[in-house]
Ligand binder design. Sequence first.
Ligand code: NI
Length: 140
Amino acid sequence: MSGGLTRFGISIDSGLLEQFDGMIDRKGYTNRSEAIRDLIRDNLVREQWDHGDEDAVGTITLVYGHDIPDLADRLNDLQHDHFREIVSTLHIHLDPHNCMEVLVLRGKASSIKSIADRLISTRGVKHGTFSATTEGSALS
Ligand code: NI
């Protein structure tokens, strides 16, 4: 997917450019080009996720109560049902009563999203986030 470097010009409203420059400065970009490349890559990954049958990777973060009866077992059972997609898990005991789990998933985008929805919506999960990303091979 890589090729030579191409330069192109963009016409943009000066107010919008000012806002963009402020944002990329706050985020730590050293130039507009890298910020624009990241925006393009992000949109390409989003499009990949919109086509649910594509191969993808993602992470799920769950925070839940350690003291809730059967909750850890229910989450564990769900994860075993999807052992092919869940390639790694990290469990952190946040304090005596709270746990955090970070899961790395790989598979069809639609399957990963569905597993994320099921885990995050499990009763007793206090907070869950899902981050969709890419295997990277389709991006320059
Ligand atoms: Ni724990």
